[in-house]
Design a protein around this ligand. Structure first.
Ligand code: TXA
Ligand code: MG
Length: 325
């Protein structure tokens, strides 16, 4: 059930008291804490099982609050914030002293965004300050896109869960570092490279590989319990059948062009034809195949343009080596 105004007031009180509130955003559910309360921020890391060196995103109610959290706002950042906020874009900027080092992993920069979800915005307004929020899942696992995902994964470790229904973007925000000479995309996400380039009027470098670029970018992020194997779209059906015959409980991400083909596997998720829909369903599919007892997931990558870039990035990481978890 969607959060009521009194739920939102209660959640803001929990934040004020130093508690943790899971709340919906347009991308994924976040695990919120008062950004100016180091003890609350630190508890976020404990609950997630995340190393404290991995910086968090500070969520604010609007662009008008940005100056309070950062040392300066370069022109590039201003242009992007005006164009994409509220929305799935996170800007990395130089930190103001207001941001505790607990939130930034000790770094001198801070990641900030204005989420585009009515419940998140109401919560931020009711609370009045900044809210640090990583995705509300355990470190390294699949991000939650429903309140039920949060409850089943974090349970009583969270003081309050605001339900805002399923997230409509479904993959995390795009992170752009605007502290250097040239803006660079640290994580592809809900705002596409094409949209950023159009807004800036120039091309951008995007690294969608599993290379570790910033703390928190371990290759094995976003991983389900099942092992994820990536193959060419045309090989998905044959590979699934082979693994199933070898005794695996195979889950398949069936490319849309083969939606009607017979598949020998334990469970099948038919990939939607549109990337927007695919992004929305992606994490739910991974969770569902886990729940249905699959030990192996066979998938292929979408074309790496538009939202396909973020989807491919998450699939690569889900398939990445698990040692970093
Ligand atoms: O869509 C999202 O961004 C969601 C929702 C809840 O807003 N949040 C999210 O948070 O994905 P999290 O903690 O799962 O991912 C935040 C990423 C991490 O990879 C972290 O390394 C990066 O942001 N990050 C945070 N602060 C940074 C900084 N100062 N410099 C570079 N990267 C930073
Ligand atoms: Mg995360």
């Amino acid at each position: 059930m969607t959060a009521t105004p009194s739920d939102i007031q209660a959640a803001a009180d929990v934040l004020r008291a130093g508690g943790l509130v899971a709340f919906p955003t347009e991308t994924v559910y976040g695990l919120g804490a008062d950004a100016e309360n180091p003890a609350a921020v630190t508890r976020t890391f404990t609950v997630k099982g995340r190393p404290p060196s991995h910086p968090l995103i500070v969520h604010i109610a609007g662009l008008e609050h940005l100056d309070a959290w950062v040392a300066d706002v370069p022109e590039t950042a201003r242009v992007l914030a005006e164009r994409f906020w509220p929305g799935p874009l996170t800007l990395v900027l130089r930190r103001s002293p207001r941001v505790p080092l607990e939130a930034t992993g000790g770094m001198d920069t801070v990641a900030v965004r204005v989420p585009d979800h009515p419940v998140a915005l109401e919560l931020l307004k009711a609370f009045g300050g900044g809210v640090t929020a990583p995705s509300a899942n355990r470190f390294g696992s699949v991000s939650p896109t429903t309140a039920e995902h949060v409850r089943s994964e974090l349970g009583d470790a969270v003081d309050f869960v605001l339900d805002g229904g399923p997230c409509h973007v479904g993959v995390e925000s795009t992170i752009v570092d605007t502290t250097g000479e040239v803006p660079s995309v640290l994580r592809p996400g809900g705002v596409t490279r094409e949209q950023l380039e159009e807004a800036l009027g120039r091309p951008l470098a995007v690294d969608s590989s599993s290379r570790i670029r910033v703390p928190g970018q371990h290759p094995s992020h976003y991983a389900p319990r099942a092992t994820v194997v990536l193959v060419e779209p045309g090989d998905v059906i044959a590979e699934a059948q082979r693994a199933q015959e070898e005794g695996h409980q195979v889950g398949v991400f069936l490319p849309p062009q083969f939606a009607d083909a017979p598949v020998k596997a334990h469970a099948v998720a038919v990939v939607p034809g549109s990337d927007a829909e695919y992004a929305r369903e992606l994490y739910g599919f991974l969770r569902e195949l886990d729940q249905r007892g699959c030990d192996l997931i066979i998938a292929s990558l979408p074309a790496e343009e538009g939202l396909g870039l973020a989807i491919a990035n998450r699939l690569r990481r889900a398939a990445g080596p698990r040692s970093g978890r």
